[in-house]
Write a protein that binds this ligand. Structure first.
Ligand SMILES: Nc1nc2c(ncn2[C@@H]2O[C@H](COP(=O)(O)OP(=O)(O)OP(=O)(O)O)[C@@H](O)[C@H]2O)c(=O)[nH]1
Ligand SMILES: [Mg+2]
Length: 463
């Protein structure tokens, strides 16, 4: 890390994805004091092309000692501070495929650049004040996003969707702190503190904070996705459900019990959340060795899933086999699916006697693609996505941010208690400072200076 904190040396890395298949363009990026000098030693731009910032040059990358041609390429120059890192940046836009970019990277290293560590360009952007921490995290989210909604939220984060409200909350805490500090230092010169107004403002801050915190669950799901296992006894329609849901013939369906022997996966998106659906072998006692192994896998998948869709055959009702499986898996997050309702009278479906502990129930006819929307709604409900307020729909905080915001919340709660218990003003400021530090941690800014600035500018007490 200490290495990372000396950001003036020149770093280089392949900026485009490194995949076995070749892309049409591969980019090598350099950032730092020597970036342009190194660029000039490697890149030959014929004619009257000028090495100016925000220009693209056309030319050849050659080995500086042997003169050997490495690639025909474009070179992009972005001088500090108008670059991603706020340092001098040079990008070689080479031909795609791993060999040209690897060779160019090697030349950069031989010419004096250091291999960049993961995230080091963004770290420099942060250290040089171009991005705050939440924006830097949003960039990682955007690159790793697995659904359009996740990408949209990451982009909103990059635009300051989280930074701005956090800064505002912090500013409101600083305002209160300033008022209290002023009373501690200059009690005689100022009117008495309006405690009830301060308590009310803190309560308001807590409400806003909680609304942001409520997006944590959604953030987790957007980043890591949701693993959903379809579990049940043989022949109830698990594979049919997977196929209907994913609109594919992904899993083999037959009328023979024991058709699915291994776990079949399908990737879906539900409510913007990437969902990995796992169809499993029907669980039953069996002597067939292959099926037995499949059944064992089904149990493991059920245990490791975030959510279990427990499927039963509505025509057969809640059988003793279903009860046994239910007792074995007892997942904390479970939706019961009554499938094959096309074969049953509606009133009979209602009379199915499943355990009262099951609160989430959906009816489907997988064979007719019926009930899928209801199933998705039940999933969104089961994972508490409904908690997010409409105006926070493009916000989804991560674990680090949630942890810091929770600390801020605890500190503010404590401060309210301190006020209620009539403790001295010094105690109020301790709690309040705790909240401000925690909020500042979210955006990664240093607060001491801003607190001081605020106190002295607002109250003009530099006398
Ligand atoms: N009528 C009707 N038949 C269905 C429905 N869903 C599935 N089936 C039929 O039930 C039989 C079993 O379906 P599968 O999807 O293979 O069942 P499974 O639970 O995956 O079975 P295993 O892989 O053996 O555990 C097939 O003949 C399906 O066509 C439904 O909603 N209605
Ligand atoms: Mg199956």
């Amino acid at each position: 890390m200490s290495e990372l904190l000396t950001p003036r040396n020149t770093i280089a890395a392949i900026a485009t994805a490194i995949v076995p298949q070749q892309g049409s363009v591969g980019i090598v990026r350099m950032s730092g004091l020597e970036a342009i000098t190194i660029g000039k030693t490697l890149f030959h731009a014929p004619g009257k092309q000028v090495w100016e910032t925000h220009r693209i040059l056309y030319g050849y990358i050659r080995h500086p000692k042997t003169g050997q041609l490495v690639d025909e390429a474009l070179l992009l120059i972005m001088k500090a501070p108008r670059s991603y890192t706020r340092e001098d940046v040079v990008e070689f836009h080479c031909h795609g495929g791993i060999i040209p970019v690897q060779q160019v990277l090697q030349l950069c290293i031989e010419a004096g650049a250091q291999l960049a560590q993961p995230g080091e360009f963004t770290l420099r952007a942060f250290l040089n004040g171009r991005l705050d921490l939440t924006q830097a995290e949003s960039i990682a989210d955007l690159v790793g996003s697995q659904s359009p909604v996740a990408a949209q939220i990451a982009l909103a984060g990059l635009q300051g969707k989280l930074t701005n409200p956090i800064r505002q909350l912090k500013a409101r805490c600083v305002d209160i702190l300033a008022e209290i500090e002023a009373r501690i230092d200059f009690e005689e010169d100022l009117p008495p503190l309006d405690e009830s107004r301060i308590s009310q403002e803190m309560t308001n801050i807590l409400v806003d904070l909680s609304q942001i915190l409520a997006t944590a669950n959604r953030g987790e799901l957007l980043r890591n996705g949701l693993k959903v296992a379809i579990i049940g006894r043989p022949n109830v329609g698990k594979s049919s459900l997977l196929n209907a849901w994913s609109r594919s013939d992904r899993a083999i369906v037959t009328d023979l019990p024991g058709t699915t022997r291994d776990v079949v996966e399908s990737q879906l998106v539900v409510g913007g959340i990437p969902v990995e659906v796992l169809d499993t072998a029907g669980i039953r006692e069996t002597e067939d060795r292959v099926e037995k192994m499949g059944v064992e896998r089904s149990r493991q998948v059920a245990n490791s899933a975030d959510l279990v869709l427990f499927l039963i055959d509505a025509q057969a009702g809640w059988t003793k086999f279903d009860r046994t499986i239910y007792q074995q898996i007892k997942h904390r997050s479970l939706i019961l699916i009554l499938n094959k309702i096309d074969l049953v009278q509606p009133e009979l479906v209602k009379s199915i006697a499943y355990p009262e502990t099951i609160k989430n129930v959906v009816t489907t006819a997988a064979i007719n693609h019926q009930g899928i929307d209801e199933l998705e709604a039940a999933i969104i409900h089961a994972v508490n996505l409904g908690d997010v307020q409409a105006d926070n729909l493009d916000l989804a905080i991560n674990q680090r941010q949630a942890a810091a915001l929770t600390r801020a919340k605890v500190a503010l709660d404590q401060c309210l208690n301190t006020i209620k218990n009539n403790l001295p003003l010094d105690f109020w400021t301790i709690d309040l400072r705790g909240a401000i530090y925690a909020l500042a941690e979210v955006t990664g800014e240093d607060i001491t200076e801003s607190v001081l600035d605020k106190i002295f500018s607002r109250f003009c007490i530099g006398k």
